[in-house]
Design a binder for this molecule. Structure first.
Ligand code: GDD
Ligand code: MG
Length: 351
């Protein structure tokens, strides 16, 4: 069986005010009735997959297990990070646990904030990566790019071989706009979907080669982890020594044996309000509405009234996102969606 590893420790600040420190986006019902986290777990439940290993922050441990119970998924281990150290330490902790429990196993690393409506197509793509992953390749999933997005990683495809996995020449994480535009025009690149299939052993070996400081800190934190009410709490002191770095920078940009399975199905990282707008079923004028919301003469605009029932009306707006909650309202230009983080920092500073 493939061991799914679900990462749900991020705080999703770019989706403020819906995503909060205490209740981040992956647990909110952003599109549809289930949360993205629940959709992620369901996508890989059933034949061929083990019970998901969940890696999350202490604050979210009960939300995570409760949401899994609600949708009838039995979690495997739940690893608790004493502090946020980004995805490299989180995935390495999972790999060390998986390798200790089931030596030689494959793990499927899954972000919990993605929308992938066609679960069957996704599972098929995963199966296409299995042989290469068993052979030690770190397998990524590639999405055909259609805008010079700077928030993603880019996969430079090498020459196609015999199997379904295309070898990669290069992995470029979060390029600047000029580089992103160049790679888009080049045509030989795919977006990194942020999902990885690999043997736990191969991932650990990659840390040994490219990020030994991460490995030593995380190994100690796993070796001294404490069981706690059914959760496994990583040892805080060792954990705090792990550098704060993403898997993309720590490993993927450096690893030698990378491959990609191109994924043709619909995929979206619902990372910011511009992405939610694209996903909102906007009409011909590009207007997306949610809750008691009305648009008059608006273009390319998202108006959302979240639980609380406040009526929101847009008049003559263009390229705006407005999101109303009972205690907070965001009004932003659509081009500034990535900067909503700054608003959250500002509020934090203001106390
Ligand atoms: N457990 C845990 N701990 N999870 C975390 C942490 C952490 O410290 N930090 C982030 N995550 C989770 C997030 O909740 C999310 O589900 C996932 O890890 C990825 O983190 P993001 O912060 O959303 O990454 P990104 O979107 O900027 O970039 C990644 O995904 C892109 C595609 O969506 C990269 O892999 C890019 O290369 C990729 O294109
Ligand atoms: Mg993301």
């Amino acid at each position: 069986d493939i061991q799914p590893v679900i990462l749900c420790g991020g705080s999703g600040t770019r989706l403020w005010p819906l995503s909060r420190k205490s209740y981040p986006k992956q647990f909110a019902a952003l599109v549809g009735e289930r949360s993205l986290f629940q959709d992620t777990a369901l996508r890989v439940s059933g034949e061929g997959f083990g019970a998901p290993l969940v890696v999350t922050a202490s604050d979210f441990r009960f939300i995570a297990t409760q949401q899994l119970a609600e949708c009838g998924v039995d979690p495997g281990a739940v690893l608790i990070e004493p502090s946020a150290r980004n995805t490299a330490p989180a995935l390495l902790a999972a790999a060390l646990k998986v390798e200790a429990d089931t030596p030689g196993a494959l793990m499927l690393a899954l972000p919990s904030d993605h929308l992938i409506p066609d679960a069957a197509a996704f599972r098929e793509a995963v199966q296409q990566g299995v042989a290469a992953a068993r052979d030690g390749v770190l397998v990524t999933f590639g999405i055909r790019p259609h805008r010079p997005e700077t928030g993603y990683g880019y996969l430079k495809l090498g020459k196609e071989g015999a199997g379904p996995v295309v070898p990669l020449e290069r992995f470029v994480e979060k390029p600047d706009e000029v580089a992103a535009r160049r790679m888009l025009d080049d045509g030989g690149y795919l977006w990194n979907a942020g999902i990885f299939l690999m043997s736990a052993r191969a991932l650990i070996a990659a840390f040994e080669a490219h990020a030994p400081q991460v490995l030593s800190a995380v190994r100690a934190a796993v070796d001294h982890a404490e069981p706690d009410l059914g959760f496994l709490r990583l040892e805080p002191e060792a954990w705090s020594r792990a550098p704060d770095i993403s898997i993309d920078y720590a490993i993927m940009e450096k690893a030698e044996r990378l491959g990609a399975v191109p994924f043709e199905g619909e995929w979206s990282d619902l990372g910011d309000w511009a992405a939610i707008w694209r996903q909102s079923g906007a009409d011909e004028a590009g207007v997306g509405l949610h809750g008691p919301a009305h648009a008059i003469d608006c273009r390319d605009t998202l108006l959302r009234s979240e639980a609380g029932g406040q009526v929101i009306v847009g008049l003559g707006l263009e390229d705006i996102v407005a999101v109303a909650l009972p205690d907070a309202v965001l009004v932003a230009h659509r081009d500034r969606a990535q900067d909503v983080k700054q608003a959250v920092d500002r509020l934090k500073a203001a106390g």
